[in-house]
Structure formats: structure tokens, C-alpha cells
Write a protein that binds this ligand. Structure first.
Ligand code: AMP
Length: 427
């Protein structure tokens, strides 16, 4: 099979690394890719946002499957345009991708399907949203409706903070994504990420993970795209997995089919494990980044036939096998992230890091300098990922590997996995 992978972050490096191990693979291409992905795929100069160009390129190169990593091309209808041209693509179509593209859409769908989630209201103007918040009180959560790169959510401790977030949304802080605002009840509990493949009708559970959104140790500082993750999520006992499938994921897939927008692809449910059980925080329509990195380290099966079964509606006969080992990834980021940061800092020591047992270093924001050396090229730069029998051992291996990498302008959290290990100070 010839496969084109769309994307260029750590998630896509993990997917490329896994796809490259498939005996079914003939050639793997990637756009835009990164230097890590380039070890497994031929990088192609293709504007991944240009659906017409992608379709034409796939036709010219005999592509059998397109794997779309990030959410923007999915929400932008890549999969529909490829399907119209007779090219199979992994991921939901434009309408089904609204589960992530519009938080209001996802909340309405959850209500229609009877999925447990935070109580909510949708607003199109600041005045009525603020009046509602003053009435409801704090803590309360304010969300820009559309895609805002993970920055459109404010968990407000006070009414003043919530009103400021509402004003910022309607003043254009998130562009068109903030033209509608969802205000919702603040849920309390432990968070977990749950992943499943759906083929429009049948659903298979994948695995669980927990990510670390805040930039600082002990979950302090601003939210980021994710500073690390581990799998499995300690909080997701087998009964909670069964409840998540029965109460959240399966009713959602059934409701999407009833709406005439069958969901095919990976469905990522962000969950709050409350005292009443799992509740949906939000849906994402692609793998998490950095959760994909730990999932790919634990998946024993070939990813390619799993993806084709998803695309072709054959999941009823599939049960993916997961390694009993745990996996943990530490994100090395550019100093200043998630605020302003510099690029072009030299990085070395990746080979030495990968010499640590069970370690794989995935590239996120890296580039090759003119002399061929590796330099930073983004906020999140490397995902130092380890597998081991326990989360504690995976954590020790990942940090041993981090300490072999020279990246003067870089930093990482030192406590990834603390909820599972109870240890908040890993050297
Ligand atoms: P998101 O960008 O939608 O993943 O949201 C970012 C973070 O905001 C989530 O990971 C949660 O920590 C938090 N969050 C979102 N919605 C709620 C809610 N209803 N109650 C409590 N926390 C929430």
C-alpha cells in the first residue's frame, strides 16, 4: 500500500514510526512532515491545506490511504474531497468532524444522545452570556465554540474572570471561533483521555491516557498543547472503560449515524471522572498529541489493517491488542512556550537518549539547519517516550533519556506521570 500522512508534529512522527513497521506498506509519504518523520517517510512539498492539490497529488502517486493527523484538515473536509475522488482516507468527514469543530454542536449531540456531560448554554452575544454567568455563579467554564488550538477554554474561578473570557471571545480573541460561546458547568474529578475507533456503526475501544496540559510542575501555569502523557490512565479502571463505551462513545456513534453523518476514524473523548461516573468534557476527532505517542508505543498490532478496517466498515471483526507495558512521554519545549519563544536552537544527543532501554524520541517542532544539524523550530520540540513494565519505570527511563539530550533553550516538566506514581519530583 502507498500511504500519505498529513501532518508534521510529534503525533504524526509516532504514527509514521508505527505505519513504517507494517508489512502492508509499500511507500510512505508525508506532508509537511518533520526531520523525525523523514526517517520513515518521503517528505513531499504539498500544501496540506489545499484539498484540490492533495487529491491531484494522491491520484498521480497511486495513494491507497491518506491518514490525516491534525483536526484542521478534517474539519476542512479533506476526507470528503478524497472520498469523492475515490481515495480512501482515515478520519471523519466534514460533518462528523464538527464534533470537534463546534463545541456547541458536540454539546447538542451529547444532549440528543443522552451522553452524561456538563450542563451548558450556547450564546451569540456577550450580554446574554454574561447575564447567565452572573446568575449561575462560579466556578464556571467559558469556551469559544470553534477551533482555537486548545486556547479557547477558560475554567473561571470567579464571575469576573468568566465575564472577561466572554468579552475576549466576542471581541475576537479567537477570531471566528469565538463568534459563539458555550458556557458550561464546571465538572470536578480526575481527567482522562479515552480513544476508540469507529467505522460509522461499530466501535472498538483502543486505550486510555492522561495528559498534562499545564506548562509547570504540579499542574501550574497556563495551558499548553500538552507537556506529557502516559498510558494507561491509572484512573480508568475496567468498569469505567465499559461505562465510557456504553454511556458515552456508543450512543454518540449511533446518534451521528442517525443524523446521517456516520463517524469514521479515531474518536478521542476527553473525560472527567466525577463521583457519578465518567462525563464527557469534549470530543476530538483525531489522536491526541502527545497521547498518540504513548498509544503507538503500546499498540502490539499493525496499525495499517486497523485503519483500513475503520475506513471500510469492518471493525466488528477487529480487536486491537495492547501491550501490558506502560508508556510515558515527556515533551521538551522551547523556553517561553506557550508564550513567545525563539527557534533555531541546536539539539544533540538523540541517539544517546534512544540508547536508554525502551526509549524512542519523537520529533515535533524540529528542523534541519543548513549544516544538517538538528535545531528547534516550534514550541513543542521533542517527545521523549519510554515503555516499561510500570509507569514509574517508564518515567525513570524517559527522564534518563531527557538528561542525555542537549537543548540549551529547552525545558520540560519534571513530574510527568505524578498522578500515577504519586511522585512529584523526578530528577
Ligand atoms: P479543552 O481545550 O476543551 O480540552 O479544555 C481544556 C481543559 O479545560 C480541559 O482539559 C479541562 O481541564 C478543562 N475543562 C473543559 N471543560 C470543563 C468543564 N466543563 N469542567 C471542568 N473543566 C473543564
Amino acid at each position: 500500500m502507498n500511504i500519505l500522512l498529513i501532518g508534521g508534529g510529534g503525533r504524526e512522527h509516532a504514527l509514521a514510526w508505527k505505519i513504517a513497521q507494517s508489512p502492508q506498506l509499500t511507500r510512505l509519504y508525508a506532508a509537511p512532515g518533520n526531520p523525525g518523520i523523514a526517517e520513515h517517510a518521503e517528505i513531499v512539498a504539498l500544501d496540506a491545506a489545499d484539498n484540490v492539490a492533495v487529491v491531484a497529488w494522491c491520484r498521480a502517486h497511486g495513494i491507497d490511504l491518506v491518514v490525516v493527523g491534525p483536526e484542521a484538515p478534517l474539519v476542512g473536509g479533506h476526507v470528503d474531497d478524497l472520498a469523492d475522488a475515490g481515495i480512501a482516507a482515515f478520519g471523519p468527514g466534514r460533518e462528523a468532524a464538527r464534533l470537534e469543530g463546534s463545541k456547541g454542536y458536540a454539546k447538542d449531540l451529547a444532549a440528543e444522545a443522552g451522553v452524561p456531560t456538563a450542563a451548558y448554554r450556547r450564546f451569540h452575544d456577550a450580554g446574554s452570556a454574561s447575564a447567565y454567568v452572573r446568575d449561575a455563579g462560579a466556578p464556571i467554564v467559558v469556551k469559544a465554540d470553534g477551533l482555537a488550538a486548545g486556547k479557547g477554554v477558560t475554567v473561571a474561578a470567579t464571575v469576573v474572570e468568566a465575564v472577561a473570557a466572554i468579552d475576549a471571545c466576542f471581541a475576537g480573541a479567537f477570531g471566528a471561533a469565538g463568534a459563539e460561546v458555550v458556557v458550561e458547568e464546571c465538572l470536578m474529578g480526575d481527567e482522562a483521555s479515552f480513544f476508540a475507533f469507529a467505522d460509522g456503526r461499530d466501535v472498538v475501544a483502543l486505550a486510555t491516557a492522561q495528559d498534562h496540559k499545564r506548562v509547570g510542575d504540579r499542574d501550574t501555569g497556563p495551558n499548553t498543547g500538552g507537556m506529557g502523557a502516559y498510558s494507561p490512565a491509572a484512573v480508568m479502571a475496567p468498569d469505567l472503560i465499559a461505562r465510557t463505551m456504553a454511556e458515552i462513545v456508543e450512543p454518540t456513534i449511533a446518534a451521528m449515524a442517525r443524523r446521517g453523518a456516520p463517524y469514521r476514524g479515531v474518536l478521542y473523548a476527553g473525560l472527567m471522572i466525577t463521583q457519578e461516573g465518567p462525563k464527557l468534557i469534549e470530543y476530538n476527532v483525531r489522536f491526541g498529541d502527545p497521547e498518540a505517542q504513548v498509544l503507538m508505543m503500546r499498540l502490539d498490532d499493525d496499525l495499517v489493517p486497523l485503519m483500513t478496517a475503520t475506513v471500510e466498515g469492518r471493525l466488528a471483526a477487529v480487536q486491537p491488542r495492547w501491550n501490558a507495558d506502560a508508556a510515558l512521554t515527556v515533551v521538551m519545549a522551547s523556553r517561553g512556550y506557550p508564550g513567545a519563544y525563539t527557534k533555531g536552537a541546536p539539539i544533540s544527543g538523540i541517539d544517546a537518549a534512544e540508547a536508554v532501554d525502551g526509549v524512542k524520541v519523537f520529533h515535533a517542532g524540529t528542523a534541519r539547519a543548513d549544516d544538517g544539524g538538528l535545531v528547534s523550530a516550534g514550541g513543542r520540540v521533542l517527545n521523549v517516550t519510554a515503555r516499561a513494565a510500570t509507569i514509574g519505570e517508564a518515567q525513570a527511563r524517559a527522564y534518563a533519556a531527557v538528561d542525555r539530550i542537549a537543548f540549551a533553550d529547552g525545558f520540560c516538566r519534571r513530574d510527568i506521570g505524578w498522578r500515577a506514581t504519586g511522585d512529584t519530583s523526578n530528577g
